[in-house]
Structure formats: structure tokens, C-alpha cells
Design a protein around this ligand. Sequence first.
Ligand code: COA
Length: 570
Amino acid sequence: MSTIEVKVPALGDFKDVPVIDVLVKPGDAVSKDDALVTLESEKATMDVPSPAAGTIKALRVKVGDRVSEGSVVVTLDAGEAGAAKPAAAKAAPQAPAAAKQAPSPASAGKRDGAAAATAPAAERPPKRPAPVAAPSGGVRLEVKVPAIGDFKDVPVIEVLVKAGDTVEQDDPLVTLESEKATMDVPAPAAGTVRELEVKAGDRVSEGSLVLVLETAGAPAPVAAREPAREEPAPIAPAAAPAPRAPAAGPPAPAPAPAGRPAPAVEEEGRVAVPHGSPSVRKLARELGVDLARVEPSGPRGRILHEDVQRYVKEVMSAAATGAPGIGLDVAPWPKVDFAKYGPVETRPLSRIKKISRKNLARNWVMIPHVTQHDEADITELEKFRVALNAEHAKEGVKVTLLAFLVKACVAALRRFPDFNASLDGDALVLKQYFHIGFAADTPGGLVVPVVKDADRKGVLELARELAELAQKARDGKLQLAEMQGGTFSISSLGGIGGTAFTPIINAPEVAILGVSRSVTRPVWDGAQFAPRLMLPLSLSYDHRVVDGAAAARFTSYLAALLADMRRAML
Ligand code: COA
């Protein structure tokens, strides 16, 4: 029994490659060539195989770590088989002669180091694609499998383009997969695919013709560096190739790494990463697809581009049709010929309604709303408001209840900061500013102007600003900036009527205060019924952020403030 430090094998100047999967854990028994960790660069995914049979002693990397040639990934207690061949492990980090060669001049281009690793310049002087004039005036470029070390007869697992497709330089054209690595053959230049020479399932080796590309001109970087040679069968530029497989792999093809099934399965808390080529992973990242959910159809459980596309289609159509489990399980919207039952007039929705309906529907569906109802005794406040208006009548400022509501809400938000916040994933963003939105009814529909820094303004200033913003809203003159940045909203229907309602939260805020019409009614004061002016409050809150108890405390405090605004000074 000997302990082997298993290192990342020669990867050329392939550096800082992320570990995307750790396939073993301490105590696991592994056979020689079993995959231990998976690395993924921009253009290739590859496994680091075990150099010997044995038991995993310790993990030295975790998912997300970046490794380079020689980084230790695990320590292994090699069993009989492994002990007999310690040289294999020691040999792992040794770069083969070809990989240690300086990258070919063409490989020093924009592509990553992986490309350089594939250019065994000493063995194989870099051949350039010799541009051949195409009948259309473009240049025909034969794209061949680049230098892939001693990879031979590697299966094409996916052909990503078809004749007539236009591609950009570096776009993946086909995906090859050996026992231990998946690699894309990228386009050496932008152009149009003219003839496809391979299909999925074909086996290729270095120099195999993949396709013919018609480009507008010779690939600029190559042409600039070296004049085209007269070669009848040009190979794709050395800079373009995909990377080689890990050099530590045994020269003879190893058994497939235990055919890791996809979709991923949970194994004792570890999620196995499903296999897909770098371009498949890129596509999945762009579309926000979790590859673990995608059913693979490629060889040995590999996820292909079409699998990702099919998954997205399924999700989209399930959402549209309301299939259970994904999206909303609701009946389709009823399509009724209303004119069958009587005369109708069809009027298009206003621009504001077209925008707001989507936001309202999203907020209603995505936020678990609860509405807490309460009422505030505003008898004294109303007297004060009337007196204030009398005092300031000449200044043309009319103080409505709304200005006091803004003031009281700011005080309540200071005391209960979770209501002045937004959810951001698993975190709550607590805002230290108080920008209060208020719903304004306009001929075009509902808009929500925002009073910025309401905490720094007095009631008279607030009243003036509220009136100005409301007027601008009605005139359709609000600027976008005047409707942005809100931290909490008020929807007052008090001037119109009603006793209570359920306002919809204005995401990404977490609460909104609905205010209904105040009414004078007899209230028991402990000794007798007294006429009091009572204001109904309806606070809708996001139950993911706010608990019912907190909401009740918030509205109780708000009601106490409105009953006696002196409390705001406490
Ligand atoms: N109870 C009793 N009366 C109230 C009141 C309340 N809660 N709130 C306002 N009033 C009174 C005002 O004092 C005023 O009375 P007056 O004319 O005798 O002075 C009258 O109602 C009209 O007030 P209003 O002009 O609406 O001013 P405001 O500051 O209260 O409200 C807006 C301004 C912009 C909020 C309001 O005009 C508005 O558009 N409200 C509708 C909001 C809405 O549509 N929300 C629903 C969203 S789903």
C-alpha cells in the first residue's frame, strides 16, 4: 500500500482551469482510470483519471477551485494494483514531449491556452488553411480536425451546424468525445458552411476533414502572420483546435468513466454534474437551463444541444398550456364571442394599462400576499389638518391626509426596517433611504410617482410635492425617473370611498399601505361611545419577508402615530 498524490496532468499552458465536478469522496474505492474530478475550460471538459486502483484518502480540491498542471486533486491509498504501478501516478503530471513544445505561432492568438496545448509544433509544423477561391468570390476553407495528440478514431457526437449556416470565428462546429474528454472543433474564421463532411457517429482523427467553410476572405490573423502556402489540403489553423485530452490518461483507451448517468442524481448530498460539451454548457448557461434537469440523448448519457433546446421547448409549452408541475396549473383563458350575447364595443387598452397589467399579474402571482387590516383614529389629526389648511390657504398649498400618511409611514418604516426592503435571492436588501410611492389615478390608468427622501421633508413640503406629482401624473407628464426608486407605496382610495381593499405590492418592494375612506362612527372609549373619525388601513405585505405578527405591529404603530403624530418624535 502506498500513498499517491494524484495531480493534474500536463495540460500545456492550460492554466487555472475550474474544477466543475468532484466525482469521489474519501473512503471511495476506485479502479485504475476511474474519473476522479472533472475540469472544464472554455473549450473542453476533461476528467482526471485515477492512475491506480485504491481508496481515496483525501480530497484536495472542491468544485469551483481552479487548478493547473501539477495541482494535487486527491491523495490515494493505492492497493496492490496501484502500488505495483506508482510510476503511473508520478508520470501523470509529466507533459508528453509534444505538449511541452512551445505553442505554434498561430496558437498565440486570442484563444485560450487549451488551444496551445493541442499544437505539438515540433512534431507537426503548423499547417495553415490555404484559402482557395470559391466560385462565389469567397474563400473556401477546409476545416479539419486539429492536432489532438494521440487521440485517434474519436467519435463525432454532435454536429452543430448544417450546410448554409453562417458561423462566427470560434463558433463550435462539431463536438468530439473521447473516453476522457469532450471537445469542440471551432470555426477558424467567420463564414458560411458549404459542405459537411462528417455526421454524428463518424470517427475522426487529426486531419480528418470536418467541413468546408466559405469565408469572405482568408482568416485575417493567419494571413497577417504568415502568407498562405500552397497546400492542397489545408488544415484548420493551429490556433483554432480544441484541446487535447489529459495527458495523464493511459495511452490505451480506458473504459468509460463508469457511465455517469444524466440527469444528475443526488448521491449522498453530492450532485453529479451531467455531461455536456463546453458549447452545450454555454448554451445552457445562456438560457438559464439547469443541465441536471435535461434528459440526455447522446452517447453514454451526454447532453446534446438538441436536448437543451427540447427541454426549453417543453418548459415553455408546459407554461403556456398550464401543464401541472411547471408554470401555473390553470385553465386556459376563456375565449368567448361576447357579441353572441349582445352588442359590444372593443377598446384597446391604454399604454399604461398594457404595461401595468403585466407587472400587476406578475406581482400578484409571484408574491405571497397577505393583507392586514386595521383602523386609525384620526379625529385629532383631521382637526389639525383643517386648521393647517386654513393657516396656509393663501399659499395655495392644500394639505390632504396623504401628506400625513407619508410622514407616518416613514416613521413606521424606520422602526420596522424590513418593510423598507427588497428581496434579492436569499438576502434582504434593507434600504436606508425613504422614497415613498403613491398610486395616482389618471385617465390613462394607474401610475405610481415617487416622493424621494420623504424623511427629509416636512408635511407642507410633502403636500406640495404630492400635489405636483399627482398633477403631472394626470397630465401624462411624469418622467420615468419620477416613478423609480420607491421603497414603499401608499394607495389611497380615501377620496373616492370604500371600507377596505387588498392593494397589490409594487415589486420589488415588500409592502404597500391601502387607505380607504375615513368615517365618523361611535367608538367605545372605556366609559362611553364617542364619535371618532376612523381611517381604515389595509397593509399588504410579502409573506416571504414579513410575518403576520410584524405586520400587525406595523399597522398598530402606524395607527398610534396617526392618532397622535407627536409619537413620531419619540
Ligand atoms: N378619507 C376621507 N376623505 C379623504 C381621504 C380619506 N382617507 N383621503 C382623501 N380624502 C378627501 C380629501 O381630503 C379631499 O377632500 P376635499 O376635496 O374635501 O378637500 C378629497 O378626498 C380628494 O382628495 P384627493 O384630491 O384625492 O387628494 P389625496 O391627496 O387624498 O389623493 C391621489 C391624491 C393622487 C392619491 C388621489 O387623487 C388618487 O389618485 N387616488 C386614487 C389612488 C388609486 O387609484 N389607488 C388604487 C390603486 S389599486
